[in-house]
Design a protein around this ligand. Structure first.
Ligand code: C5P
Length: 286
């Protein structure tokens, strides 16, 4: 029997263990090297099939400001619907738990989970490769979430090599202020010529350095645009942690040992203890 709904579909966040900018394409997009790692902090989506072909996005969390109706989730649904010429539609409810403008990939992960869920709900049976080519049109981080594995990532985010990472726990710290990704990438101060690293370089870092390999090249520019990043890094240092920014920020992270307890934070700051995931929770759906 055809599926009519898919409830509690997770869209996990990611951390960039490091992020190097190694060049720039003619279209302005930056060539990166990074390790993307999934964590157990997620948005949740609910999908209900519609036979009239309409696509509607609803917000589940009453307190948060509503997202635009035609956000990345809607755009992902619309792209899949038109690319597959599917006559079905969907009501999509987004329970937004991940902070935005954080570098945690929440919007990209929502879009990836939407492609994966609607592929199933609509009975399309598209293979991963076809979804990946749609994902790349939606945003540079979307292919990673469709790939299903922690990954060594190159190109603008579309070249994925699965990588095994040791299980670990992290403190993720989100300052009250966010930072715009395009503003960082457009900055003349951005260092764009990091030396090329190899997976072997990363793998050769001993266990304690796995999470401290390289640097986040966006961090100096982001810190200038968003002074709370420096405040957060100092707070982490006071708590004995060596923090680093994820993606284009403003969220920060540091490995922690179990039982770690931090000092209380001022209002508006979010601190969350997360574990890494060995694979995407929807890996088996495609
Ligand atoms: O693809 P996404 O929408 O996530 O990217 C947001 C912006 O970040 C892009 O418009 C681009 O300015 C910049 N960007 C970049 N190089 C990348 C990823 C993003 O220049 N690899």
């Amino acid at each position: 029997m055809a599926l009519t709904q898919l409830l509690d579909v997770p869209a996990p966040a990611k951390l960039n263990l490091f992020l190097h900018v190694v060049g720039r394409r003619a279209d302005g997009y930056h060539l990166l090297q990074s390790v993307f790692m999934l964590i157990d902090w997620a948005d949740t989506l609910h999908f209900e099939r519609r036979s009239d072909g309409l696509l509607r996005r609803h917000d589940a969390n009453g307190d948060a400001p509503p997202l635009p109706a035609h956000d990345l989730v809607w755009r992902a649904a619309h792209l899949l619907q038109s690319a597959s010429a599917c006559p079905l539609g969907a009501d999509i409810t987004l329970d937004k738990r991940l902070p935005m403008e954080a570098g945690l990939g929440g919007g990209s992960s929502d879009a990836a989970s939407t492609l994966i869920a609607l592929n199933r709900l609509w009975g399309l049976h598209w293979p991963r490769e076809r979804l990946l080519s749609l994902g790349a049109q939606l945003g540079a981080d979307v292919p990673f979430f469709l790939g299903g594995h922690n990954a060594w990532v190159e190109g603008i985010g579309e070249q994925l090599t699965p990588i095994a990472l040791p299980p670990a726990r992290f403190l993720v710290l989100k300052p009250p202020t966010g930072v715009s990704t395009p503003a960082i990438f457009q900055s003349p101060d951005l260092k764009r010529d990091e030396n090329m690293a190899t997976i072997a370089d990363f793998a050769a870092a001993d266990a304690t350095d796995t999470f401290g390999f390289g640097c986040n090249a966006l961090q100096p520019v982001a810190s200038r645009l968003c002074p709370d990043i420096e405040v957060g890094l100092n707070w982490m240092a006071t708590n004995g942690l060596s923090g680093r920014m994820t993606g284009s920020g403003s969220a920060l992270f540091a490995p922690v040992v179990s039982g770690f307890e931090a000092e209380p934070l001022p209002n508006g700051w979010i601190a969350k203890i997360c574990s890494n995931l060995s694979k995407h929770p929807l890996l088996e759906w495609i």
